[in-house]
Structure formats: structure tokens, C-alpha cells
Design a binder for this molecule. Structure first.
Ligand code: TA6
Length: 290
């Protein structure tokens, strides 16, 4: 158990799978964050239906990533290039984090979680520190900082692999990427350019939009709501929905593919971050519902 003082509106309890979780019940918002993976599991501004999708069949087991919410991908995205046996999307999402600070104001609850290099000493000699600040209010602010504590340069990839809840993905589109170049992982092709139309769904969509800092809007016609995702210090955006066939092969998604879409704030591939010794980098996303 953490010895950090918890303000009114925040409690620590045991969630799914026996994992420790911070529960936020505040006049402006409610939500939860698992210490395992510093995983934001839910967030709802007061009076608004849940903004994030969390799979009802998610595993809550050591070594497995929670399916849904906001998996934090770090220090690599997708399969590790240096070691085929290393966990996909990095170890941060399957490692317990430590609560460092918890504050509440009239407008929001702010929780700061840290992951120190000694939790994964084989990577960069453990000479690094990650700090994740989650502010829940009318908006959700996710701020991910990495600090290089070593004497060599530190290179990493990162993504806030956010799963949004939608009425039906087939009645949902994503705006904001017109003109951006993308790598289409589902089709296995690179160098395509998004036309003026928004991204639409129905079959598998797995796209890495490169070199875009634009805000995206998830336009959900079924629930008549728009979710706006603004970001800072992020050069890439990933858009993912597995579609029916791929989802069918994923026990923790299945029919759920119609209820979710991922729009991810990222720095990956050519936009991996390199930090000189002593430097730090902060990538952030700000999410609101209109
Ligand atoms: O962000 C898209 C993606 O990299 C897809 O390729 C898909 O595999 C998805 O993430 C989920 O990955 P996971 O390791 O959580 O099953």
C-alpha cells in the first residue's frame, strides 16, 4: 500500500484481479487508475457516459496487458526490435508503478505515478525515470515524462494507446488527419496519404500517421458526441480498430470491436525520442468531450 496522502475524492482499493487501483470520485469526474501499468481504466466527466472503453473480458493478470483504457506503451511500440521475446509495446504497461503524489482541487484530481529504472535494470542500465501525471476533471490530461539519468544517450518510443468508447464504430469517424502520410499496417503498405475524408471503420484499420501534431476528433453519430484529442510533443498518431475478423481471434475483444476505437498519441519509428544525458522529454494528450 502507498503511504502517499490521498485527498478527498480519491481512494486506493483492490480492483479486478486483485490489482491495486486508485478510484476517483470527485464532483467533476470519476475514474480509476491501476498501479499495474499506471493504467487509466476509466474516466467520465460528471454527467457524461464513460469516455474510455475497457474490455469486459480483459485479463487482469501479471504479465498480460489490461485491454482497454489507456495502456502506456514504453520504451518501445509494437514488437521489440532488439529482442523478439521482449513484451509487445514495452514493459511499462505490465509493470507496477508507484504513486508519488495525489492532489485534488475544485476542478480536477491529479495523480502522479513513477516508474524507476531499477524496475527494468536491463534496459539502459536502469538509469532512467518515467513520470506519468494524470489529471481527471472535465478534461483528461495525460502527461508522460521520461528522464535520462545515465551518461549515454537514451532512445525510446512511446504511445498513449487510448481506447475510446463509441456507440458503434461503424457510425464513428476520426477527423484531423487529412493530408497526413500513413503506414497502413493492416494492408502492409507505406506512404499513403489521407484524403479529405475522415477515417472510417468496418474492417481492420491499423494506421500509423507520421509527422502529424494535429488534434483529432472522434465523431460518434450514434451517441451524438465528439471526443477531441489534442496533443503536445507527439509527432505521430496511431488509429486502430481490429475489425470483425481480427477481433474474433482476440479473446479480450471479440464482439467488442464495434464499441471501441483507438486514437493514440505517439512518438515511434523515425520519431523515437533520443535524450542526451540528464535531459527529459514530456509528451502529453488532452481529451475532452463536446
Ligand atoms: O496500436 C495498434 C496496435 O499496435 C495494433 O497493431 C494492435 O496489435 C494493437 O496495437 C494491440 O496490441 P496489443 O499488444 O495490445 O494486443
Amino acid at each position: 500500500m502507498s503511504d502517499v496522502h490521498l485527498p478527498d475524492g480519491v481512494r486506493l482499493d483492490t480492483g479486478e484481479g486483485g490489482f491495486e487501483r486508485l478510484v476517483v470520485e470527485h464532483p467533476v469526474a470519476s475514474g480509476e487508475i491501476y498501479l499495474y501499468g499506471a493504467h487509466v481504466g476509466s474516466w467520465s466527466p460528471r454527467g457524461v457516459r464513460p469516455v474510455l472503453w475497457l474490455s469486459p473480458s480483459s485479463p487482469f493478470r501479471d504479465g498480460r496487458a489490461i485491454r482497454g483504457g489507456v495502456p502506456l506503451c514504453f520504451p518501445w511500440f509494437g514488437p521489440a526490435r532488439h529482442d523478439a521475446s521482449a513484451p509487445a509495446h514495452g514493459f511499462a504497461r505490465i509493470t507496477p508503478w508507484t504513486l508519488e503524489e495525489a492532489n485534488a482541487s475544485d476542478d480536477q484530481v491529479t495523480l502522479v505515478l513513477v516508474l524507476d529504472g531499477d524496475r527494468a535494470p536491463s534496459w539502459h542500465g536502469g538509469a532512467w525515470r518515467a513520470t506519468y501525471t494524470v489529471a481527471m476533471g472535465q478534461t483528461l490530461r495525460l502527461s508522460f515524462e521520461v528522464q535520462n539519468l545515465g551518461t549515454d544517450a537514451l532512445t525510446f518510443e512511446e504511445a498513449l494507446h487510448t481506447y475510446y468508447a463509441v456507440s458503434d464504430v461503424r457510425m464513428t469517424s476520426v477527423d484531423g488527419l487529412a493530408g497526413a502520410t500513413f503506414l497502413d499496417k493492416a494492408a502492409g503498405s507505406a506512404g499513403q496519404v489521407q484524403g479529405p475524408d475522415p477515417v472510417r471503420f468496418g474492417t481492420e484499420v491499423d494506421r500509423l500517421y507520421v509527422g502529424t501534431r494535429a488534434a483529432c476528433t472522434i465523431d460518434d453519430r450514434g451517441w451524438a458526441r465528439r471526443i477531441v484529442v489534442e496533443k503536445t510533443s507527439s509527432d505521430d498518431t496511431v488509429v486502430w480498430n481490429p475489425g470483425p475478423e481480427r477481433a474474433d481471434a482476440m479473446s479480450d475483444i471479440g464482439e467488442g470491436w464495434t464499441s471501441m476505437v483507438c486514437v493514440e498519441t505517439a512518438n515511434v519509428g523515425d520519431h523515437a525520442v533520443t535524450l542526451p544525458p540528464g535531459a527529459r522529454h514530456v509528451m502529453a494528450a488532452e481529451i475532452r468531450v463536446e
